[in-house]
Design a protein around this ligand. Structure first.
Ligand code: SAH
Length: 223
């Protein structure tokens, strides 16, 4: 490793630590768990943004990843992951892979014994996510290009499902593919959106978790 690369790595490491303490201070308080902060502390977000945005990789806001889409702000990823209460070894489905960053945080949380399946509608972004995840060394994430509103029935049921784009309503295939006792986070709404935590037990219950802004979920059960 050259001295320049070592210096750059040390710098990213420092910026990542700063971002995590900023999230703990500003959001903290039960909204982002310590377990999730520790996972975020490990994910090299600078490998999931476009080269022109590397210097902004550890700022807490969304960034363009092309094709009219964004990598979500770190606090949003932290809040959504915390709501799911992920345990080691879980099988997780993500809809809206984008850059692959959110999938990497999920992969840290479930660990090498679990698997993250991520679906991305835009083929070029699915390839971008795959490449980023490979560069960052994640082996337990499988990225598929396609319409995530249909879920991914071949690997169902899932312990957790997370939707990273705003839906008109909870897509029925996702409810069907969630385990009993499983949890799903999903933003719902067009102009004003709410993040919901969905529990699947004898009945399906939905709990509001705050106002959010996401790109639309486009597909058969989307917009
Ligand atoms: N989780 C991402 C953020 C992605 S933004 C990250 O960490 O970077 C939301 C993504 O959802 C966009 O890339 C968009 O193309 C994708 N999307 C929209 N509708 C979709 C659908 N029906 N299936 C899969 N992906 C979809």
């Amino acid at each position: 490793m050259t001295d320049t690369i070592r210096l750059a790595d040390a710098n990213f490491e420092r910026l990542r630590a700063r971002l995590v303490s900023q999230l703990r201070r500003q959001i903290g308080g039960g909204h982002i768990s310590e377990q999730v902060l520790a996972a975020m502390r490990n994910v090299p977000r600078h490998l999931f943004v476009r080269e022109s945005d590397i210097s902004n990789a550890y700022e807490d806001y969304p960034l363009s990843i092309g094709h009219g889409q964004t990598i979500s702000a770190p606090h949003m990823v932290g809040i959504m992951c915390s709501l799911l209460g992920i345990e080691k070894g879980m099988k997780i489905l993500e809809i809206g892979g984008g850059s692959g960053y959110h999938a990497a945080v999920l992969a840290e949380l479930t660990g090498p014994g679990g698997t993250v399946y991520s679906i991305e509608r835009i083929t070029e972004l699915a390839e971008f996510a795959r490449q980023n995840l490979t560069d960052a060394g994640y082996k337990n994430v499988v990225v598929t290009a396609g319409d995530g509103t249909l879920g991914l029935s071949e690997h169902a049921p899932y312990d957790c499902i997370t939707v990273a784009c705003a839906a008109p309503a909870v897509p029925q295939p996702l409810v069907d593919q969630l385990k009993r006792g499983g949890r799903m986070t999903i933003p719902i709404g067009k102009y004003t959106q709410e993040l919901y935590l969905v529990h699947k037990n004898d009945v399906i219950s939905k709990e509001k978790s705050g106002g959010v802004v996401f790109v639309p979920l486009i597909g058969e059960y989307g917009f």
